[in-house]
Design a protein around this ligand. Structure first.
Ligand code: ADP
Ligand code: MG
Length: 754
């Protein structure tokens, strides 16, 4: 195995080897164009051409210029600013200009070209019936109808959903939902508008700029005006939404790596700053106004880091929830037991097996003064433990005005639902807003949110409209990555295939090769550990040896997990073997590939795992999925997602990763099976034997070897006894260390075998 060829590139990188490496690492590009969709727009019904914003185009061109030359791409490099600001842009920042609002048709064209679709999910009073819309042209109405039709097609489940890829986003507009209205809010043409048009603090605007962000991604372009100044964003809208000036609850379904994090952070920081100004609070007065919930610690930590970068110089404190943190909360007496059964709640990390080391409840009834927090980022259980930790008392967070659920579909999935609901209930302010974010969203989750919002209104909350944004085709992987579905027949076949992928020559003829750094996903913690043990000696010492391969799962301590994350981000670890704990949200800019060593247990699982590569529009990422004979009954959902993603990317026929014949040949997965699979995974991989199956040697080989070892041992024993007998009386003693070693090995095998 000539693994050295690939992996030794990292030893003491010289200037020369650095540039060589850079060309070899396609998705580590430092200045990608972050937008995924930019369809040309034909002239409108009124004969107008879509006006592209000059500044945006210039910025885009700057990015494109950078793309051509990959030689200065640095492996895992921190993001460099794409280009120096143009004088016009720097001048813009301190000045406030009045915004020129686009008319509805222009908004519609821009949103459409970026495949953005806004739907009002809450009821709109009949005054807004489409028939009453005076400003709509015939053609516009016709196109609206087409949108709905497309939405209908895309909205169908799984296999059927993909029958025909639509250019526009999914509408989930079946049945009565057909009535739901589409709206066309003002788009954000350039980040500069945040300050001079939407009155976001100049500090926040320059912090965005300092991070090198020039062109807003689709989700940023669509959501920010609506979330920051809803009345202004919808000023030209022909649909009047009562109460919109108070803000809307928001549900965004946008691709992985498309910049959702700053899209929810900017309005959160802006809200704190605006209220500070309105109420005349001083900069060192901190009121917990926003809570951001994320399913894993790694993701929560990442959000805090992003938040702090955006809040530099504003005095807004973005804090990670810890067990020992005392929050400013109100205490409500409850009779008997706490209503939230948090102690029985499962791990924060959404993994089937394994538990966390910090699962003990902490009674936060300390004497410490409450922490100074404006925006809290937390995993569900850590905050719920604080809210319900004190016997006989339930704590509430009455000042919270914004609840953000990142990876909302998983937070509202049964695994986390009770914990998330518990937090939502604790946000008792009648005007608390909700925003939900994910790359995937089942309609059942949307229904749950709608019902819960209605219930809260029943309990005295002010009604707020619920608006959904879908970017692109719902529940698909990003179009800028390549998918490979590889049949390995057996478990052993997977290990061989993984080693093949590491070999530079092997994949040259089958599309883009998989290059380190990459992530490998297994179904269980035990399998991640076993695969780690199996692979760690594959890397030659000269290339860094076993330090280049690491595992991360929720059976590890918090500090061990963050050490591995730091080593992976730092480029020290090249192959990170993990479970679904890292499937969602975590952003590693330079990850070139993802290997699904075990088939993901749901279509959404595939979208999120694959989405760890190709972040922020980076090209060249590869997602490889192995499947065995055993997986065939389940693999269709994954194949469907790949097929839909390929169509969205415009790759069809021979160019597609999943050929039609394969799609047709794979059996459909019955709904009940899909549900079971999502909860439990593939049964045979759950047990101890599932971990043992990860070995280069087949079970038959292991047994054969075991028998051979036993035979050797027996023969040695016999010889030894014979020798002893011969030497017997006259010469006692002898060396038996070899035999000891053999026994030890045999014991180890017999402990694991079967
Ligand atoms: P998501 O939450 O949608 O999966 P993230 O918010 O984690 O995506 O963003 C993915 C990456 O894109 C991050 O590294 C982020 O800093 C970067 N990013 C966000 N917005 C932009 C932008 N407008 N231009 C370039 N990069 C961006
Ligand atoms: Mg995210």
């Amino acid at each position: 195995m000539d693994i050295l060829k690939v992996l030794s590139r990292g030893i003491k990188p010289t200037q020369k080897s650095k540039s060589h490496q850079a060309t070899a690492l396609p998705s580590a590009g430092a200045a990608p164009h972050p937008q995924l969709f930019h369809d040309p727009v034909a002239s409108t019904s009124r004969g107008k051409k879509r006006k592209r914003n000059k500044k945006q185009d210039d910025a885009a061109d700057d990015h494109n210029d950078g793309d051509g030359d990959a030689s200065d791409i640095d492996y895992f490099a921190p993001r460099k600013p794409a280009a120096e600001p143009t004088p016009a842009e720097t001048e813009d920042t301190p000045k406030k200009r009045k915004i020129k609002l686009l008319d509805e048709e222009e908004c519609r064209q821009i949103l459409r070209s970026h495949r953005l679709k806004f739907t009002v999910l809450s009821e709109i009073p009949p005054a807004n019936d489409p028939k009453d819309e005076p400003s709509k042209s015939k053609k516009q109405k016709k196109e609206d109808k087409k949108d709905k039709k497309d939405g209908k097609k895309d909205g169908k489940k799984d296999g059927k959903k993909d029958k025909k890829a639509s250019k526009d986003s999914d509408g989930k507009q079946e049945g009565k939902k057909d009535e739901k209205k589409q709206i066309y809010p003002q788009p954000l043409n350039a980040f500069g508008e945040l300050h001079h048009s939407y009155e976001v603090s100049a500090k926040v605007a320059s912090n965005i700029y300092a991070q090198g962000f020039r062109v807003p991604t689709e989700v940023q372009l669509g959501s920010l005006p609506l979330l920051l100044r809803p009345a202004m964003a919808l000023k030209k809208s022909s649909v009047t939404i009562p109460g919109i000036e108070r803000g809307a609850d928001f549900l965004a379904v946008a691709p992985t790596g498309s910049g959702k994090t700053i899209t929810f952070l900017i309005p959160a920081i802006d809200g704190v700053l605006r209220r500070r100004e309105e109420l005349g609070r001083s900069a060192d007065e901190h009121v917990l106004e926003a809570v951001i919930v994320a399913p894993t610690r790694e993701l929560a930590t990442q959000i805090v880091n992003e938040g702090r970068k955006l809040a530099i110089g504003t005095g807004v404190r973005v804090v990670l929830m810890k067990r020992t943190l005392r929050l400013p909360a109100e205490e409500v007496e409850v009779e008997g037991k706490n209503e939230d059964a948090s102690s029985e709640a499962s791990s924060d990390d959404g993994e089937g097996s394994g538990s966390d080391s910090d699962s003990g409840k902490e009674d936060n009834d300390g004497v410490k003064p409450p922490a100074r927090v404006d925006i809290l980022v937390t995993t569900p259980r850590t905050l719920l433990n604080f809210l319900t930790g004190k016997r006989g008392v339930r704590r509430t967070l009455p000042a919270v005005r914004l609840l953000v659920l990142d990876e909302a579909d998983v937070l509202l999935d049964p695994v986390f639902r009770e914990q998330t609901m518990g937090i939502w209930r604790a946000c008792t302010h009648p005007d608390v807003g909700l925003t939900c974010w994910s790359a995937t969203m089942a309609s059942s989750i949307e229904d749950l949110i709608t019902k819960q919002l209605a219930k809260r209104v029943g309990h005295g909350s002010s009604p707020r409209p619920l608006i959904r944004l879908v970017v692109g085709l719902k529940d698909t992987a990003v179009p800028n990555i390549t998918h490979k579905l590889i049949y390995t027949a057996t478990e052993q076949g997977k290990l061989l295939a993984l080693r093949q992928l590491l070999h530079p020559a092997s994949s040259a003829d089958s599309g883009p090769p998989l290059r380190p750094p990459f992530l490998v996903f297994t179904q269980t913690i035990e399998r991640a550990q076993a695969l780690h043990n199996e692979l760690k000696y594959d890397i030659p010492i000269e290339a860094g040896g076993s330090a280049r391969v690491a595992a991360l799962h929720s059976n590890m301590s918090e500090s061990a997990r963050s050490r591995v994350m730091a080593r992976f981000r730092g480029g020290e670890v090249w192959v990170l073997i993990t479970t679904d704990v890292l499937a969602r949200g975590v952003d590693f800019a330079g990850v070139n590939g993802v290997v699904n060593y075990d088939v993901p247990t749901s279509a959404a699982g595939y979208v999120h795992r694959a989405g760890r590569t190709g972040r922020a529009g980076r090209e060249g990422g590869v997602a490889v999925t192995f499947y065995t004979k055993e997986d065939i009954p389940f693999v269709k959902s994954v194949a469907n997602v790949i097929a839909a993603s390929e169509r969205q990317a415009g790759r069809t026929g021979e160019a597609a990763a999943v050929q039609k014949w394969l799609l047709d040949a794979l059996p459909d997965v019955p709904k009940e099976e899909r549900r079971k699979l999502k909860v439990r995974g593939v049964e045979s991989r759950r047990s101890q034997a599932g971990a043992v199956a990860i070995s280069t040697k087949s079970k038959w080989e292991r047994q054969k070897e075991k028998r051979r070892q036993q035979a050797i041992e027996a023969s040695k024993k016999r010889k030894k006894q014979q020798r002893k007998r011969q030497e017997g009386e006259e010469n006692e003693g002898g060396d038996d260390s070899g035999s000891e070693g053999g026994h030890q090995e045999e014991d180890e095998w017999s402990g694991l075998d079967d």
